[in-house]
Design a protein around this ligand. Structure first.
Ligand code: ADP
Length: 675
């Protein structure tokens, strides 16, 4: 490959770095972080990507690869000038691409990175965070005072020179370069082993760092090295004499063989860790590795990784798929989203098949039957492995669940074909155990003989669920309730109405029937009698809270609380309602059902006052307070705080011996329904 570069004589144009980039550079320059050698991995990784891209574009424009020699990466070190240059003959960049890609951080992800880096403040996190967000190029400022780049886009004549000392500005000017590709020259800081700065012009340092981080890179990485050799020469007198001669050899630093093509026995765990880092940009060790080798109707190999931590953007719109597609060891697509369903986008890895055409396009992939076959095979492998983990390695699985549980729930709603494999993967917080989440099968196993349904309660948090009045009767009878504290749980449950023949039932909706057949019958009769007796009071309460409540009735689910709100069987939960109201157009609050506990002293007292004087103005005020109580108990704000407060103040004043009406302030007409 040719790597000669020169600069044409035109005045350079100066640009300021975007604010975020400047902050990032500051962090890099002042970093105390000791593992600075990773800069080389980052530059090589960029070079390798540039070569991949060239190879891909050349599928349709073969002229792009004409000339320029074998595709590869070349390091060049100059001990005297203290420079290290990374050359590649990849796709290169046009002037505009240089300005867009280097110097501005266009991706929102990197902005997020800068925020997190500043928040974390910890050096230890730097490495991980750098990896996760891929700010590769800027890491060169950890080891260099000044960085220059000359690049020429494949198929174009003009080259561009970029330079910066990382001090807030960079310059761009026209340049010339003998062939396509990019050369990045680092003017190295003085070597300082203690500060993580070995001599990066030294052959052995470079070969060690390349071997360590970039051995799997599919292109040769070479370094010209000087070697002394003994040679025999003939003197003028015709005698033979030994003499040492210096020759320059190109030393290849990486072994280059893709990991997934090597037999498992010939691989080391570190190799996988490196490949995973390269593919995912995640510095953490992967949680699990899955090797797939399929022969038969279609042949393919895959090496998949389950990350141990969810990336920050997993649930952002446009989160990218994690699989790279290779055809006959040539990468033809990064983040190929047809190889796995969207809910498995967190799986990272490579798929390599000799049976696909090299020039497949994204559009073709969508309808390709072979891709569909591969996809089916991969989904099965991933879900089977997760199922195994859930069964045999609970701790590890719960770690996975904490990070990726929401994605699996998406799967339950989306992937009907794999339901049997997905349902056993679900985990929920439960009243059974204050810490450990439970699976549905384990819940069913614990169900009592009288219990016909799987009960759940929607809430904003576990604490809120545990404090909910709805739970009272269940706790009293020792019936387990699952807590749905993730907003997607309720959406998921709309497509998951039963498990193992048992209906999933919200204890915040409809009526509750617990106990044996007989008990239920008895309780129902009792309730009907009480309701008949209390009908005039219930009607009076209804009238007072009619704007928000469609029905006031007596409750079977309360033991300690005087009142609670419930929904009708097909109403949204208050949590989902809030979520929906935040969305487009908002929407009105649903009218609810107010349940009163007939055995509670407040309700009993209210019944006595009503019996004494049906027109008592305190009755509608108490109705207002009971509604407010029930509303607050489920974590919702009261609809009209001013009216609630007026009732509260009036009743407090009355209780303390003041004049009720006077203390109620404006004395709002609380007994008439709000407009
Ligand atoms: P990342 O590689 O994660 O995108 P970088 O900051 O390392 O982030 O690089 C920014 C962009 O600059 C790359 O996405 C790529 O478009 C371009 N780039 C960097 N190095 C090269 C190179 N050697 N050849 C071509 N383009 C490059």
């Amino acid at each position: 490959m040719t790597t000669e570069t020169t600069t044409a004589s035109t005045t350079p144009e100066t640009f300021p770095f975007q604010a975020e980039t400047r902050q990032l550079l500051d962090l890099m320059i002042h970093s105390l972080y000791s593992n600075k050698e990773i800069f080389l991995r980052e530059l090589i990784s960029n070079a390798s990507d540039a070569l991949d891209r060239l190879r891909f574009e050349a599928l349709t424009r073969p002229e792009l690869t004409e000339g320029g020699g074998e595709l590869g990466i070349r390091l060049e070190a100059d001990r005297e000038r203290r420079t290290l240059t990374v050359h590649d003959n990849g796709i290169g960049m046009s002037r505009q691409e240089v300005i867009d890609n280097i110097g501005t951080i266009a991706r929102s992800g990197t902005r997020e990175l800068v925020r997190r880096l500043r928040e974390a403040g910890e050096e230890a996190n730097l490495e991980r965070v750098i990896g996760q967000f891929g700010v590769g190029f800027y890491s060169s400022f950890m080891v260099a005072d000044r960085v220059e780049m000359v690049t020429r886009r494949a198929g174009e004549e003009e080259a561009t020179r970029w330079a910066s000392a990382g001090d807030g500005t960079f310059t761009v000017e026209p340049a010339s370069r003998a062939g396509r590709g990019t050369s990045i020259t680092l003017h190295l800081k003085p070597a300082d082993e203690e500060a993580g700065l070995p001599d990066f012009t030294d052959e052995w340092v470079l070969s060690r760092v390349v071997k360590r981080y970039s051995d799997f890179v599919a292109y040769p990485i070479v370094l010209p090295v000087a070697r002394e050799r003994e040679v025999e020469v003939e003197t003028a007198a015709g005698e033979k004499e030994k003499k040492s001669e210096t020759t320059v050899e190109e030393r290849r630093l990486n072994s280059q063989q893709p990991l997934w093509t090597r037999p498992e026995a010939e691989t080391k765990p570190e190799d996988y860790a490196e490949l995973y880092r390269h593919l995912s940009g995640d510095w953490n060790e992967p949680l699990e590795r899955i090797r797939v080798r399929a022969e038969g109707r279609i042949e393919y190999q895959a090496l998949l990784f389950l990350p141990s931590q969810a990336p920050y953007d997993l649930f952002y719109v446009g989160a990218k798929a994690g699989l790279h597609l290779y055809v006959r060891r040539v990468q033809i697509m990064e983040s190929c989203d047809d190889l796995l369903p969207h809910y498995l986008r967190f799986v990272k890895g490579v798929v390599d098949s000799p049976d696909l055409p090299l020039n497949v396009s994204r559009e073709m992939l969508q309808h390709d039957r072979q891709i569909a076959t591969i996809r089916k095979g991969l989904v099965k492998k991933v879900l089977d492995r997760l199922g195994e983990m859930a069964e045999k390695e609970e701790e590890k699985y719960l770690g996975f669940w904490r990070e990726f549980g929401r994605a699996i729930k998406e799967g339950v709603a989306e992937d009907y074909d794999n339901r049997d494999k997905l349902l056993p993967l679900l985990r929920f917080a439960s009243s059974h155990d204050p810490e450990k989440p439970t699976g549905l099968a384990a819940y069913v196993e614990r169900m009592g003989a009288d219990q016909k349904e799987i009960f759940y309660l929607t809430a904003e948090s576990r604490e809120q669920a545990e404090a909910s009045p709805h739970l009272e009767a269940f706790e009293a009878r020792g019936v387990e309730v699952l807590f749905f504290v993730d907003p997607v749980d309720e959406l998921m449950v709309q497509t998951l109405s039963e498990f193992d023949g048992k209906r999933l039932k919200s204890i915040g909706k409809g009526t509750v029937e617990l106990g044996s057949e007989e008990e239920r019958k008895r309780e129902k009769e009792e309730l009907e009698t009480r309701e008949k007796e209390m009908k005039p009071l219930l009607d009076r309460v209804q009238k007072a809270v009619d704007a928000e409540v469609k029905w006031v009735r007596l409750s079977t689910r309360l033991t300690a609380s005087p009142a609670c709100l419930v929904g009708a069987e097909h109403d949204y939960s208050p949590q989902l309602e809030k979520l929906l109201m935040k969305g487009k157009g908002g929407g009105a609050r649903q009218r609810r059902i107010l349940e009163l506990n007939p055995r509670h002293p407040i309700v009993e007292g209210l019944a006595r006052r009503f019996a004494a004087d049906a027109e008592d103005p305190a009755i509608p005020r108490y109705a207002e307070l009971l509604l407010g109580y029930a509303t607050l108990a489920e974590g919702t704000e009261v609809a009209d705080p001013a009216r609630f407060n007026a009732s509260l103040a009036a009743l407090m004043a009355e209780g303390l011996g003041g004049g009720g009406e006077a203390a109620a302030g404006e004395g709002e007409a609380v007994s008439s329904p709000a407009p």
